[in-house]
Design a protein around this ligand. Structure first.
Ligand code: NFE
Ligand code: MG
Length: 483
């Protein structure tokens, strides 16, 4: 059988648009993926938009990068600005800012995980009701009995209400969501009343029940019924986490989910040296002058078309190696999850992490002082170099900031989806998703649902905007649901 190229474009039920191209061949009698291309189809240029602006604009502008992880971008920018403005010290204002940031950022993780499991992933495993939004869609098999399908469909509907609750909870302190204006250089805009705490706590308890009684058991059910996905989608098995949720006000705070790295074949958790992060661009539509540069010096100069380039995502690498980021990486690095790396492990780790974060939020809410100003005033710097390294729901997130003449002179953002869905690097090594797709069996080349299941396990986000796609002349192009 000749090698068949299949392009799924756009991949739906993600945030934004993505195109995945796979080559399928028969190996040892099994039709399977033998090569994969993860293709980011849009250029947005936020890093250039930020140049020459007031540094304090960074929290507001970077929040607009995405509607599903805006709080993480606001937090990363606020961390970079705190460092640039030399906001430090163990003060009541700093404690209030840290707790408020953790609470609103935590609400974002809960909202995002519920969205991902029920609305974006579950339809890969169950056929829902014979009506929109479940139809049109691909036949996904019938391993769940009708009673379970009815129960999961009811949970799907309940999940929509719980997502809304998570947003409303975050907005109590965030002012509004998704794009909260409350994260600012030097702290946070809210001052909590007792009534705020009571309302936030009521939402939180409802969400904890939903996560414990619905989300985790439903994720476990998936694992029991689709065990082959515990052996599919592993990829490079390198895991990286910057860490998130500060537990104290020091310069190197204890984190609820700590910073670290697990490298394939190396026992234990290794440290993270941010100087070893570089983005490679041989296969990305960016100027080769920026190849393999650390974000402190790398620029964003689009070049389209370019040689063998095929994506608008750069290829971030740590010490030259591709690393997967996300809940599975965080939970493994933190010692909270040790079942392995696979498509199903990503779902299992994400569900358990969501409960861990929600339970920690209980503690932060109890600690949050009443009527306490959460802002520390500082003089704006004329020059500064700083970074904000944190996590977004989908994984390690970094913002790098340079200030000159009191303006932003340089800003670089490296998002989790850039790590996970990067194209090949300049040494030709596949990105984490690309590697995870190799060997995935494809039963029906016209409806490669197995590929979708592995893609969705990473929870990709490529923000929506105008996009440009070009199918190869001989490629079969599928728009899922309309095929
Ligand atoms: Ni748009 Fe995001 C998260 C970030 S993924 S969702 O989580 O940063 O790149
Ligand atoms: Mg970038």
């Amino acid at each position: 059988m000749p090698v068949i190229t299949a392009a799924i474009d756009p991949i739906t039920r993600i945030e934004g648009h993505l195109k995945v191209e796979v080559k399928v061949d028969t190996v040892n009698g099994v039709q399977q993926v033998v090569e994969a291309y993860s293709i980011g189809t849009l250029f947005r240029g936020f890093e250039k938009i930020l140049e020459q602006r007031d540094p304090r604009d960074a929290t507001l502008i970077t929040s607009r990068i995405c509607g599903v992880c805006p709080t993480s971008h606001a937090h990363a920018a606020a961390l970079a600005l705190d460092a640039a403005f030399e906001v430090a010290g163990d003060t009541p204002n700093r404690s209030a800012a840290r707790l408020l940031r953790n609470l609103v950022h935590g609400a974002c993780y809960i909202e995002s995980a519920i969205l991902h499991f029920y609305l974006l992933s579950l339809p890969d495993f169950i056929n829902g009701l014979p009506m929109a939004p479940w139809l049109p869609g691909w036949e996904v098999g019938r391993r769940f009995d009708p009673g379970t399908v009815n129960r999961l469909t009811a949970h799907f509907v309940e999940a929509i209400a719980q997502r809304r609750n998570a947003h409303e909870m975050g907005a109590i302190y965030g002012g509004k969501l998704p794009h909260t204006p409350a994260f600012i250089a030097g702290g946070f805009t809210a001052i909590s009343s007792q009534d705020d705490k009571a309302r936030f706590g009521a939402y939180l308890e409802g969400l904890i029940s939903f996560i414990a009684e619905r989300y985790i058991p439903d994720a476990d059910l998936l694992t029991n019924l689709w065990p082959e996905y515990a052996a599919l989608g592993a990829g490079h098995r390198n895991l990286l986490a910057f860490g998130v949720f500060e537990e104290d006000n020091s310069g190197a705070p204890v984190l609820l989910l700590r910073r670290g790295r697990v490298a394939r074949g190396v026992p234990g958790v290794q440290p993270v040296d941010e100087n070893l992060i570089a983005e490679q661009v041989k296969y990305s539509w960016y100027d080769d002058a920026d190849d393999n540069k650390n974000p402190v010096t790398a620029d964003t100069v689009p070049q389209y078309p370019k040689g063998e380039a095929y994506s608008w995502l750069k290829a971030p690498r740590y010490g030259g190696e591709p690393y997967e980021v996300g809940p599975l990486a965080r939970m493994t690095v933190n010692g909270d999850y040790n079942h392995g790396v696979s498509a199903l492990d990503r779902h299992m780790a994400r569900a358990r992490e969501t409960l861990k974060i929600a339970l920690a939020m209980r503690g932060w809410l109890a600690e949050l002082p009443l009527n306490q100003n959460a802002f520390t005033a500082r003089t704006q710097p004329v020059t500064a170099t700083s970074a904000g390294l944190t996590e977004a729901p989908r994984g390690a997130l970094g913002h790098w900031l340079l200030v000159a003449e009191s303006k932003i002179s340089h800003y670089q953002v490296v998002t989790p989806t850039c790590w996970n869905l990067s194209p090949k690097d300049s040494a030709g090594r596949r990105g984490p998703l690309e590697e995870a797709l190799i060997g995935v069996p494809v039963a029906n080349i016209d409806k490669p649902i197995e590929v979708l299941r592995v893609v969705h396990s990473f929870d990709p986000c490529l923000d929506c905007a105008t996009h440009v796609t070009r199918a190869e002349p001989a490629a079969r192009v599928f728009a899922p649901g309309w095929a």
